[in-house]
Design a protein around this ligand. Structure first.
Ligand SMILES: [Zn+2]
Length: 200
């Protein structure tokens, strides 16, 4: 791979290739961008990469991305603590926040169930969710996992596990198209899916 390039350049291309969705051609284009870009821009990019790795981790309560122990949402005092919206990844949190129609807490699973790939409840943050649902202050769990096979399997599992408890468990309506990821749904669609959520 990357034959004919100077060693440092080949290493950079190989590094880019490890990024999700980046093939050799794109990696080469990115490497050429680095070569041509202003030194200050490249240094700033390199610094951001190191800083993200060093300073961003997961919230101890909801697993959202955070620069401190608790994320912005969990530490915001005026949030409605009676509702928890369950999403697959931090991008789901951003998507729901963009709708402006939700003011509760979140729970980020950091994945979704996929029996075919051997991903079970123990591989995602399911146990944390069950523990959080035991808090008497929590009244509703809103499942906002994707409308993919994995997301639907996860939603079904959550509703089975928590459905027997005193908590109301709801799922976003089908306004979000089948197979769609919550993070890519447009704001209006997601707003409607929230308003039309149904008990499961
Ligand atoms: Zn949090």
């Amino acid at each position: 791979m990357s034959k004919g390039f100077p060693d440092v350049m080949a290493r950079l291309i190989e590094g880019f290739c490890k990024m999700p969705g980046v093939g050799v051609r794109s990696a080469e284009r990115m490497a050429f961008y680095v070569l041509r870009a202003k030194e200050a821009d490249v240094e700033s990019l390199a610094r951001s990469i190191t800083e993200v790795k060093r300073n961003v981790s997961f919230c101890r309560e909801c697993n959202n991305l955070s620069e401190s122990d608790l994320c912005l949402m969990c530490s915001e005092k005026k949030r409605d603590r009676s509702r928890i919206c369950v999403v697959e990844g931090p991008n789901g949190v951003m998507a729901v926040e963009r709708t402006g129609s939700y003011n509760g807490l979140y729970h980020v699973l950091l994945g979704a169930l996929s029996p075919i790939d051997g991903i079970g409840p123990g591989d995602i943050r399911m146990g944390d969710l069950v523990r959080r649902a035991e808090d008497p202050e929590v009244k509703e769990i809103i499942i906002a996992t994707d409308f993919t096979t994995e997301g639907q399997t996860t939603a079904l599992f959550i509703s089975k596990v928590l459905g027997r408890s005193r908590i109301k468990v709801t799922r976003l309506s089908r306004g979000v198209p089948e197979g769609a990821c919550v993070e890519y749904a447009d704001v209006g669609t997601l707003q409607r899916a929230f308003e039309d959520r149904r008990t499961v």
